[in-house]
Design a protein around this ligand. Structure first.
Ligand SMILES: CCCCCCCCCCCCCC(=O)SCCNC(=O)CCNC(=O)[C@H](O)C(C)(C)COP(=O)(O)OP(=O)(O)OC[C@H]1O[C@@H](n2cnc3c(N)ncnc32)[C@H](O)[C@@H]1OP(=O)(O)O
Length: 418
């Protein structure tokens, strides 16, 4: 019998869904290497390898067989071949730019002298059938709306990415597959928006909130916000100053305004100060900026602290304990103290040991370092691949549960379990 790779689901699955991988038709106890690879939309190769041994019947099931030492990961990790992928060039992150096309996952089964015993391909898609992707150019808003199928209304959420510009859509798109109406919002470095991150006007973000609040497919009465990194502090500013925001989740965000001045009506919040002498260089010669920012609770830097005690929103802080961009756990803890000191609900804080700054949807490989588009050189983001992968799976579920609870009124968080 010839060796054969099988996937379940067979041909195509959504990127944030688990994937069962099996090989049959091997020799009993045969030792093999599995090599997984995919190319991003720019053609950059990401790959992983794992060493396995078939069972007595020549079968290999990644959900039951631990990988042996010597590959990209070891132990029982059914999705290890996905989350342990590394790019062919350093400092690159797996980014999905065109959410309408899937990634093509290639899997090879290699025997003794690296001879190929079997191969298989599988598509990892971003846009579920029936979910609509609608480019939005209304007023000043530059965004993409993702609407789940059906006649219902849906909990609405604005998704804001970290500093880097452009209009990343992949997280919003994957969330929409789970029943949320998602607006991926650009805020600079895109079309006719400001080219650089110098100053932001909350009125732009207010336009986006009002767009969502008025949209006939949005459930209301309020909407949610989701932001990572710089997107996180923008979400906190929106929740603090704007009306109609019910639930705000940040992923490794800050409670101080960072990187650019923020203006709203007659209010200006300066960016948090920093000292570039606090940049450290790690053992691989890559910069570590974790200590660079000043403390927003001290001295004149207090002016950068966002008055989140004004917010009517509920908060969820997703925190990576090994975040090397900045001190996310400190920010979340201080947010909690501030809210409670003002008689507000305690926020939910979920901390992940071993996770780095870039908490992405499940199965995105860890990006240990990449170009920091604000500081102008590559920096380390932190995280250990296995712990980071587990954090991504859990955080994704926690975020959905939070929105179901506060935007859908579901105490148990709804049924969208992964
Ligand atoms: C001195 C110390 C100072 C300290 C200051 C402290 C202040 C700290 C304040 C901190 C506050 C902030 C805290 C935070 O927010 S931390 C950062 C969080 N950032 C994000 O989450 C980024 C989200 N945005 C994206 O993912 C964008 O779509 C990207 C970045 C992909 C650009 O998408 P776009 O289509 O618009 O652009 P482009 O294709 O023309 O690329 C432009 C550049 O982007 C780089 N890039 C592109 N692709 C990748 C990739 N796959 N891997 C790695 N890098 C990639 C690369 O350098 C490229 O240039 P080049 O290589 O082509 O020349």
């Amino acid at each position: 019998m010839q060796a054969r790779v099988t996937f379940s689901p067979a041909a195509r699955s959504l990127f944030d869904e688990p994937l069962a991988i099996r090989v049959e038709g091997l020799q009993p106890q045969q030792e093999v290497t599995l090599r997984a690879s995919l190319r991003d939309d720019a053609g950059l190769l990401f790959e992983s390898r794992a060493l396995y041994q078939a069972d007595g019947d020549g079968q290999l099931d990644l959900a039951r067989s631990p990988a042996r030492d010597g590959g990209s990961f070891s132990g029982l990790e059914p999705l290890g071949l996905l989350w342990s992928m590394v790019p062919e060039k350093p400092h690159r992150r797996l980014v999905k730019r065109d959410v309408q096309s899937p990634f093509r996952l290639d899997l090879e089964v290699l025997g003794g002298q690296s001879n190929r015993l079997a191969q298989g391909t599988h598509e990892r898609a971003f846009l579920r059938d029936g979910v609509r992707r609608i480019p939005i150019r209304e007023g000043r808003i530059r965004a993409t709306l993702f609407l789940p199928p059906g006649d219902d209304t849906f909990p609405g959420i604005i998704d804001i990415s970290g500093a880097g510009g452009g209009l990343p859509e992949y997280r919003a798109c994957l969330m929409a597959n789970h029943g949320f109406a998602m607006l991926a919002l650009a805020y600079y470095g895109y079309e006719d928006l400001p080219k650089d991150m110098k100053e932001f006007h909350l009125e732009y973000f207010e336009e986006a909130v009002n767009y969502m609040l008025k949209h006939p497919k949005i459930k209301g009465p309020g909407i949610g916000l989701l932001g990572h990194s710089k997107g996180g502090d923008l979400c906190i500013s929106m929740a603090s100053f704007l009306k109609g925001i019910t639930a705000t989740a940040t992923i490794n965000g800050s409670i101080a305004n960072v990187g650019a001045k923020l203006c709203y009506k007659d209010i200006t919040i300066p960016p948090l100060g920093f000292d570039k002498n606090r940049v450290k260089i790690d053992q691989n010669g890559v910069a570590d900026i974790v200590d660079v920012l000043n403390n927003p609770l001290e001295g004149p830097d207090r002016q950068s602290l966002i008055p989140l005690e004004k917010a009517e929103s509920r908060f969820l802080f997703i925190v990576s304990r090994d975040d090397h961009n900045w001190k996310s756990e400190f920010f979340a803890t201080e947010a909690s103290k501030l809210l409670q000191a003002h008689g507000k609900e305690k926020p939910e804080i979920i901390c992940y040991s071993g996770a780095g700054h870039y908490i992405e949807p499940p199965y995105f490989p860890l990006c240990p370092s990449s170009m920091h588009l604000l500081v102008g050189f590559p920096v380390i983001w932190g995280g250990e691949p296995r712990a980071h992968a587990a954090a991504q799976v859990d955080a994704w579920q926690q975020i959905q549960t939070f929105y179901h609870k506060h935007l859908n009124g579901e105490q148990d968080g709804g049924q969208n379990k992964l």
